[in-house]
Write a protein that binds this ligand. Structure first.
Ligand code: ADP
Ligand code: MG
Length: 475
């Protein structure tokens, strides 16, 4: 018996129907029509792009299981979207979406259909009146791989960056998302990737832009009725680097347009590099469909550099600036400034400046003065260890008890409070908080934060705990 698209799909439907809520089945699966079966690829037609996105986000797993049962490990699913009439086209039309090679079942998006009235590119970087056809990369050549020193804290991110630069769009690191706290080198690394690509592939169009500037351009484009030109411009980039994507939080219009640009680039094998001050799981007010795209590639964290790396960064900087400094002083600075690289550099620059302005020799005494000022001025971040200690002391238990697996209510509450304050007072990710407070996962920490929020608005005694602890911790 030859299988047809219809028979394969009917079998899939039977399986899906048994495994999801009847209402969901009715809403999301009944409207689908099977349209084509070619080897191991089944094409299904869905009523809209939104519909497709919803399926991708909520039902891709079950679709994959069902289809693999029918067509084997190499099964592929191809969505055909009956386009909605949203972009001024008079007639609805159907578009065939090729199946991608990412995983067995993975759908792709359609491009946004553009009105083809003005085929010439409008470059949002062009200042009106100035003619400028070439797209400037906006890259800073001073930020390169050579002067981005490697250490345990950045090895994964740095090497992933190098891999991407060697084969833009050709690795599984697409998008490459680099995340980490302030001053840890995200911007530097992002530029380094772009600079290296420009060097190796001069014909490629590389663009570095901050998410903030991107947002501003988008707003301008909407104001001037240029939304399509804006999208069109970004869709022809080969390597798009967007810095600080956490800036898109809560900006749904910009997120939406970025989503379409992202899909187009990704689908066409173009490279996307993103940086963020948070891990994807910790990003708030970013739409789920975007977050899920961020997770397609690799998320690599930049952590605070260890002592050895701090010393090499300082030595490298001094060497490049042609300044000599005794090892004793370099060690002293590296030992006392741990927060981030920007502060480390700041301290050494003031040290050099002080000594040359005042014609003083750089001595350990001078270094101590300057470092002290730096450490004082930068609000110190409390550590998770310290938070656990304060919370345990407050409830008169020891830290082991707080971290233990017990379900005794007062201990659970103490633990949840520790998690809550760790989230509030440190920049650690949910996952890292969980692992440090009794080896829990990020969902447990998230739940703890919500519980504390709820309890402090409903339970007077509990609110007192939160207030007392806040005071102790913010001293
Ligand atoms: P972020 O974007 O994460 O806030 P930046 O990329 O602006 O951080 O880095 C802050 C400063 O620290 C920059 O001057 C950068 O050159 C320097 N820096 C960060 N990491 C390194 C590193 N691994 N090697 C050398 N310099 C670094
Ligand atoms: Mg930055």
């Amino acid at each position: 018996m030859g299988e047809t698209a219809q028979s394969v799909w009917n079998n899939c439907l039977k399986f899906i129907k048994d495994n999801i809520q009847p209402q969901a089945y009715k809403t999301w699966f009944e409207p689908i029509a099977a349209v084509k079966l070619q080897e191991n690829a089944l094409s299904i037609q869905v009523p809209s792009k939104f519909f497709y996105e919803w399926l991708e986000e909520h039902y891709v797993k079950i679709l994959k299981v069902a289809l693999t049962k029918e067509l084997g490990e190499d099964a592929k699913l191809v969505y055909v979207i009956k386009m909605e009439n949203t972009y001024g086209n008079k007639q609805p039309f159907t578009e065939q979406i090729p199946s991608s090679n990412r995983g067995a079942v993975k759908a792709q998006d359609v491009d946004i259909p553009l009105e083809n009235k003005s085929p010439e590119l409008k470059n949002p970087f062009i200042i009106p009146g100035i003619r400028n056809v070439k797209i400037e990369s906006q890259l800073n050549p001073n930020y390169n791989f050579e002067n981005f020193l490697e250490g345990d804290s950045n090895r994964l991110a740095r090497n992933a960056g190098i891999a991407v630069a060697n084969k833009p769009g050709g690795t599984s690191f697409n998008p490459l998302l680099v995340f980490g706290g302030v001053g840890l080198g995200k911007t530097h690394l992002a530029h380094a990737i772009g600079v290296d690509i420009k060097d190796k592939y001069p014909e490629k169009t590389v663009l570095y832009i901050s998410a903030e500037k991107f947002t501003q351009q988008y707003i301008d484009a909407v104001k001037k009725n240029n939304r399509n030109d804006f999208i069109h411009f970004y869709q022809i980039i080969d390597v798009l680097i967007i810095d600080d994507v956490q800036f898109l939080s809560g900006k749904s219009g910009t997120q939406d347009v970025f989503f379409h640009i992202f899909n187009h680039l990704h689908q066409n094998g173009k490279q996307v590099v993103l940086t963020s001050d948070k891990a994807p799981v910790d990003m708030q007010d970013i739409e789920q469909r975007l977050l899920s795209r961020f997770k397609w590639g690799l998320s690599a964290e930049l952590q605070s550099p260890d002592f050895e790396t701090r010393v090499s960064i300082l030595k490298n900087k001094l060497y490049r600036d042609g300044v000599e400094m005794p090892d004793e002083i370099i060690d002293y600075v590296a030992k006392h400034i741990k927060t981030n690289v920007r502060e480390l550099e700041g301290a050494i620059i003031s040290l050099i400046a002080q000594s040359s302005f005042n014609k003083k020799e750089i001595t350990l005494g001078l270094a101590k003065d300057i470092v002290e000022k730096f450490v004082k001025n930068t609000k110190r971040e409390v550590s998770i260890d310290y938070i656990q200690k304060v919370v345990s002391d407050y409830f008169q238990m020891d830290v082991e008890t707080l971290q233990s697996k017990t379900r005794k209510r007062h201990i659970v509450q103490a633990r949840q409070l520790a998690m809550f304050f760790a989230k509030k007072f440190t920049k650690a990710s949910l996952a890292s908080i969980g692992s440090q407070i009794g080896k829990r996962d990020h969902a447990t920490v998230l739940h703890a934060c919500k519980t504390v929020d709820n309890l402090s608005s409903t339970d007077k005694q509990f609110r007192k705990y939160v207030e007392d602890l806040s005071k102790k911790l913010s001293l």
